[in-house]
Design a protein around this ligand. Structure first.
Ligand code: NAD
Length: 493
């Protein structure tokens, strides 16, 4: 769809609806121009090498940490989350920038492979080549941490980046670009473009080399379909319905504490937040009692007044309300809070139990401060129910003795045993999901490899006395080669 030039949109404070910024809705041709400039710059950015890029990225990471209060306030303003959460998000993101900068060279350096007996005269190497320009499309829930997981790894690998932040956090996106450019050796290495869905769609039409998308599964499918038309590869980091499995031998105090935080922090708006608990029936009553007790100490409120903020996205309120009402209609029981806990823009904690597996609240991402606790007779049942979801992002397992065994049977991209969320903050670990939660990985070595492609290079070191890859190959060479292959049982190396 064509976008009118110079259209504008506002970003709002979700606590009171106040306009806090006005930004251009960039058109397809404007996006195309930005991508062209990024492409022109791409060769220069590659040429400055790993060390040059490392210096720029480390300086950026330091600058971010020096201004953590400033950017923390902006994040808190645009999303409504508490300042302390916003600052933590920034600190974790700075760690990713520095990790990507410090490890890119060792992970992406040219590797030498064994050429095997028949090709012993060849040098066989694999180079990791940056794609050129990476388009990053981001969400609003962690508007700093999440896109940095793509942006910093793509930059460290030698790509230039064009970033389309969520229309609910454009100010954070602009801040990222401006802060990067304070230490950039030249322009157009990292550019933020603003706009709504159509501007995101324009990135897919811009001749970009790869897209790293984070957002809902619904939009991911649109992005993937659009990119498929142009053979543009995609990384898709989408939603989840993360399960928590609690065995009878779990440390219940810790399990409840971590699960409630995982479910309710950031107003439940975490892709890897706990949404459903499968607890062994032998300890279920105690788990539920502790969860209720803890819920009573948690309050939603404006930054400074609550443990977590409002629903950032006004339309999410309806989804949350519907999930609670349908869960009750389907036979679930509210043991803390209920439909009245939703007073837009805030949602107070809700604890539901015994919700049937086919209820929307058990199948779809709720993205609200709600936790559903269901009893199971065995850990086998807990594993099967966890895996029955269309999603496969993260999971938590709580058990003193069986954690690893249970974790190994879960169909998901990341599992925390006797913990939660930890995999997102350990920079050396890949982050991502399977099934409707997406494909590809950000963070860690896999995240660096994701923004490069393998370029295979073979070089003749010396010539052999027979010609294998030639019409001049002789019959006696054929016989010798087959004899050798048979002798080695096909294991040429
Ligand atoms: P969303 O899908 O509504 O939007 C994400 C981005 O896509 C925005 O920038 C939006 O403008 C853009 N967009 C919308 N339509 C587009 C189109 N047709 N073409 C191209 N771009 C388009 O998601 P959201 O509401 O911003 O984010 C919340 C979702 O993100 C949740 O489902 C959450 O679980 C998920 N999420 C996943 C991760 C992860 O790493 N797996 C991290 C954070 C959030």
């Amino acid at each position: 769809m064509a976008i009118k030039r110079s259209s504008l949109f506002n970003s709002h404070n979700p606590v009171n609806g106040e306009v806090i910024g006005t930004y251009p809705i960039m058109s397809e041709s404007e996006v195309g121009e930005v991508v062209s400039r990024a492409r022109e710059t791409s060769a220069k950015w590659q040429k400055i090498g790993f060390n040059g890029r490392k210096q720029v990225l480390l300086a950026w990471s330091s600058l971010i940490l020096n201004r953590i209060d400033q950017i923390g306030e902006l994040i808190s303003h645009e999303t409504g989350k508490p300042l302390s959460d916003a600052r933590l998000e920034v600190g974790m993101a700075a760690n990713h920038i520095s990790w990507a900068a410090r490890h890119a060279e060792s992970i992406l350096r040219t590797s030498y492979r064994r050429p095997g007996l028949l090709m012993a005269n060849m040098a066989a190497t694999v180079e990791r080549s940056p794609f050129g320009v990476i388009g990053v499309i981001g969400p609003w829930n962690y508007p700093f941490f999440t896109p940095i997981g793509s942006i910093s790894y793509a930059l460290a690998a030698g790509n230039t980046v064009v970033f389309k932040p969520s229309e609910y956090a454009p100010g954070v996106g602009m801040w990222l670009q401006e802060s990067f450019n304070e230490n950039a050796p030249f322009a157009d290495i990292f550019t933020t473009i603003t706009g709504l869905a159509q501007t995101g769609s324009a990135v897919c039409e811009s001749g970009i080399d790869k897209i790293s998308f984070t957002g809902s599964t619904r939009t991911a499918k649109l992005v993937a379909a659009q990119c498929a038309k142009h053979m543009i590869p995609v990384v898709l980091e989408c939603g989840g319905k993360d399960p928590v499995i609690v065995a009878a031998d779990a440390d219940l105090a810790r399990a409840v504490d971590a699960t409630m935080w995982s479910a309710m922090a950031n107003a439940g708006q975490s892709c890897i937040g706990a949404e459903r608990v499968y607890v062994d029936e032998k300890v279920a009553d105690e788990f539920i009692a502790r969860a209720i007790e803890l819920a009573a100490t948690i309050r939603a409120g404006a930054p400074g007044n609550g443990n977590y903020g409002p629903a950032t996205l006004p339309s999410q309120i309806k989804v949350i309300q519907t999930h609670i009402k349908e869960a009750i209609a389907d036979g679930g029981i509210c043991v803390y809070g209920g439909p009245d806990s939703v007073v837009a823009p805030f949602v107070q904690p809700v604890v539901l139990i015994d919700v049937p597996e086919n209820s929307a609240a058990m199948r779809e991402e709720t993205f609200g401060p709600i936790i559903i606790i269901n009893r199971v007779a065995t850990m086998r049942e807990a594993i099967d129910l966890s895996n029955a979801s269309a999603y496969g992002l993260g999971a938590s397992v709580w058990s003193r003795r069986k954690g690893k065994k249970i974790a190994s049977q879960l169909q998901c991209g990341m599992v925390a045993i006797n913990s939660t969320f930890a995999f997102a903050t350990i920079a050396s670990l890949p982050f991502g999901g399977v099934k409707d939660s997406g494909s590809g990985r950000v963070h860690g070595p896999e995240g660096l490899l994701e923004y490069t492609f393998a370029r295979t290079v073979v070089r003749t070191r010396f010539y052999l006395p027979f010609k294998l890859l030639s019409f001049k190959r002789r019959q006696k060479d054929d016989a010798l080669i087959i004899k050798l292959i048979k002798l080695l049982k096909g294991r040429l190396g």
